[in-house]
Design a protein around this ligand. Sequence first.
Ligand code: APR
Ligand code: PHB
Length: 389
Amino acid sequence: MKTQVAIIGAGPAGLMLGHLLRAQGIEVVIVERATADYVLGRIRAGVLERTTTDLMDQLGLSARMHAEGLLHDGFNLADGERLIRIDIGALTGRPVMVYGQTEITRDLMDAAPDRGLEIIYEASDVALHDVETDAPYLTYNRDGVAHRIDAQFLCGCDGYHGASRLAIPESAAKAYEKIYPFGWLGILADVPPCNHELIYANHERGFALASMRSEKRSRYYIQVPSDEAVERWSDDRLWDELAIRLGPEAAAHMTRGPALEKSIAPLRSFVFERMRHGRLMLAGDSAHIVPPTGAKGLNLAMSDVHYLSQSLIAWFTRRDADAVANYSNKALARVWKAERFSWQLTKLMHRFPDDDSFDRRMQIAELDYIANSIAAQTAIAENYVGLPL
Ligand code: APR
Ligand code: PHB
């Protein structure tokens, strides 16, 4: 098979990129290792920046998001004594959209057939070839049959564990990584949220987050040691712990219910420089990971594919080689700023096992500064709603 752009991975990054290119008439094929149901079964964060909702609007795929999503004008940092409200609406003029990132994936997936976006599911052993030449191609197996797709560009949207990044020689790139000494244990339940806005809490027993998917579905997290086993957390134990860490006010409004999902995710910061090698372009989690504090993962994938689609459109409409060459620098400038924000919010709100009393005083001083400084709140707010493209 021959196409203009072959995309590896049908997660949010690959699907959005596919749609943006199809909207300009570019031929695209996506190869995905898993089934559509598996991709939709992955639970993700739930806060969308305006850059992300704008892309959905631009594609004309935002009707359900606007109907079901909740616009939030603020969120809260709890420091054990008080709630510090960050009034993002007043400070930046922009709300955020609370809408499950899984729902974005579903909306993009459902629209694919109508837009001529071909997705090949259950493609195994995807391998990338000749990415340093003008004629790259990929191979895969499906139902025991070997296939080959020739393309002008290969786009690696296959997440952190995908094949694309591995096709770039070590000598051509540098990876930056930080692993945090804890994970997040998350619970999803069909109960109303304890608060109308999100609460990020720094408690002496560890971080907790109260979030939501809708007015009837809540999502909560607590910080746990990296080697924690999810089996050790019955629903009751987890609700008790949330009530302690989120504080009496939130606990009084917390409705308990059976877990629809309960899992532990590790926390990591990771950046792979560069995001292009020859005719192979990386976007989303294949190139970078942020810890979930601040919910930047999907939003960053969306800004990557915005830049990437513009570069490829410039190539296909006017053979603009500079646009292709500049993709990595453009995307990385925004990636590093989101890395900084996610790392800083993670440091501020978690209890690190090796922190000493001085480190703790720094957290207290910073939270106190944020509580009393509009400048500090503005800096947090403009990062939370998403820096401009
Ligand atoms: N071949 C084909 N497909 C692959 C391969 C492979 N070798 N490896 C992984 N994939 C597929 C996965 O099955 C998955 O559907 O690539 C997709 C990658 O999707 P994500 O991991 O969701 O990555 P991305 O699209 O970059 O997501 C960006 O969205 O919701 C957030 O937390 C999420 O931060 C992430 C962001
Ligand atoms: C979520 O709702 O899952 C969520 C919200 C905000 C975050 C992380 C996760 O920072």
